[in-house]
Design a protein around this ligand. Structure first.
Ligand code: NDP
Length: 403
């Protein structure tokens, strides 16, 4: 359990209230592009330090030139030449590989968006943590794979974590950090993805195209599949446990297909506070980007009369086995969440490549968890070792199941 209430020194912020320098780890993705969209609407307020991508040289170079970034980093170091060429004639410096990502995370940006997808986001985020940075955390894998260790480092190095995931951002807005003892429970709402009311018998035939077609949110492919299996909500349950000072038994999940209520906090007196808004990631991103102030966004304003009804359904484990798996993983703790995350990543990409079926994703995760033993995670090397073993075990299962 950790308290991440950031210290708000408005006086100090006012003194330095010129521009906010920004680094985006994973700028070419869905979260990265939404962040740059917000930055583009108030260019006077922000300067760009570093932008990073994995392979998308063209988009990275275009962004870096448009936003006049100091550094552009391509994680795949074979593409450094192509990046240099795409940046020629500009003042943007190019770098690549792990050292490049590390350099980007180490630059003295006032605000770092951690939006690399998957476990690959861990190292650069930890680098930013270790320089005591203010980090807008979209990458949920940081907390899922290494939650205890990561939050200890946040405390030790005086970093600040601003949750970006819409549910955690919602809770961050309504949680009484000064009186956590007055909180009865946290309810993470879930859209339920595209299949929450699909007959269980039909789930086996779901195609990748159907799974990435999220009804409410526009997101990257991996997280869209996670939404469809509801593994995303399971990962968020683990994430919430590390972000907010509540017990495991105080975390609940509720399907809310309209995605208007982004999460709720119930207090001991019976009051329930909720954060509402149209489903657009620019709202939670803006809350973190403007923090401790609010910013204007172009998001559609909420019109409850137009929506008419908000509905809620209790999720069932038969439909969504990943929820049961993640609850068990949260109870086990230690390296179990790392194994869960790694095996899920392998299974989701295998599904997207058409190698396994939709229902095989949860099966692979469950089998990988039973194959490997759990222990306390004490370092990033430890996390990587567990991650590697789990990926290897999951890949073997994928090979065995391949269609
Ligand atoms: P995307 O797949 O759209 O973007 C991922 C970004 O990470 C891209 O910039 C990509 O570069 C980069 N990247 C991918 N692999 C690597 C790697 N091995 N090393 C370095 N960089 C890499 O993901 P999203 O923006 O959807 O999600 C980002 C994170 O935010 C995820 O952890 C997700 O769970 C979380 N999140 C996302 C939400 C959303 O609405 N999208 C909501 C809440 C949380 P390239 O373009 O070159 O591939």
């Amino acid at each position: 359990m950790n308290v991440t209430l950031p210290e708000i020194d408005r006086l100090k912020l006012a003194e330095t209230d010129k521009t906010k320098s920004v680094t985006i780890l994973g700028s070419t993705g869905s979260i990265g592009c939404n962040t740059l969209d917000l930055v583009s609407r108030d260019r006077e307020k922000f300067t760009l330090k570093a932008l990073t991508a994995n392979k998308n040289v063209a988009k990275l170079a275009e962004q870096a030139i448009e936003f006049d970034a100091e550094l552009a980093v391509i994680a795949d170091d074979r593409l450094l030449g192509a990046l240099k060429e795409a940046l020629s004639g500009s003042d943007v410096r190019a770098a690549a590989g792990e050292s490049g990502l590390n350099e980007a995370a180490n630059m003295d940006a006032d605000w770092v968006m951690s939006s690399i997808v998957g476990a690959a986001g861990l190292k650069p985020t930890l680098t930013a943590v270790r320089r005591g940075a203010t980090i807008a955390l979209a990458n949920k894998e940081c907390l899922v794979c290494a939650g205890g260790f990561m939050m200890e480092q946040v405390k030790d190095y005086g970093a600040t974590i601003l949750p970006v995931d819409s549910e955690h951002n919602a809770i961050f807005q309504i949680f009484d950090f000064e009186h956590p003892e007055t909180i009865d429970k946290i309810t993470l709402t879930a859209s339920g993805g595209p299949f929450w009311n699909t007959n269980v018998a039909k789930l086996a035939d779901i195609t990748p195209q159907q799974a990435v077609n999220h009804p409410n949110w526009s997101m990257g492919a991996k997280i869209s599949v996670d939404s469809a299996t509801m593994m995303n909500k399971g990962l968020e349950l683990i994430e919430a446990y590390y972000l907010f000072p509540v017990g495991k038994e105080q975390l609940d999940i509720l399907i809310h297909p309209q995605s208007i209520i982004h999460s709720m906090v119930s207090y001991v007196d019976g009051s329930v506070l909720a954060q509402l808004g149209t489903p657009d990631m620019r709202t939670p991103i803006s809350y973190a980007l403007g923090w401790p102030d609010r910013m204007e966004t172009p998001c559609k304003k909420l019109d409850l009369a137009e929506i008419g009804n908000l509905s809620f359904v209790k999720p069932d484990d038969e439909h969504f086995p990943s929820l049961k798996i993640t609850r068990e993983v949260l109870q086990n703790g230690g390296s179990a969440p790392t194994i869960l995350n790694a095996s899920n990543e392998v299974a989701v990409y295998a599904f997207l490549e058409g190698k396994i079926g939709f229902l095989d994703i949860a099966k692979i995760v469950e089998k990988t968890l039973t194959k490997l033993s759990f222990h306390k995670v004490t370092s990033l090397d430890d996390v990587h070792e567990v991650d590697e073993h789990a990926r290897h075990a999951a890949l073997e299962l994928v090979t065995g199941m391949s269609k």
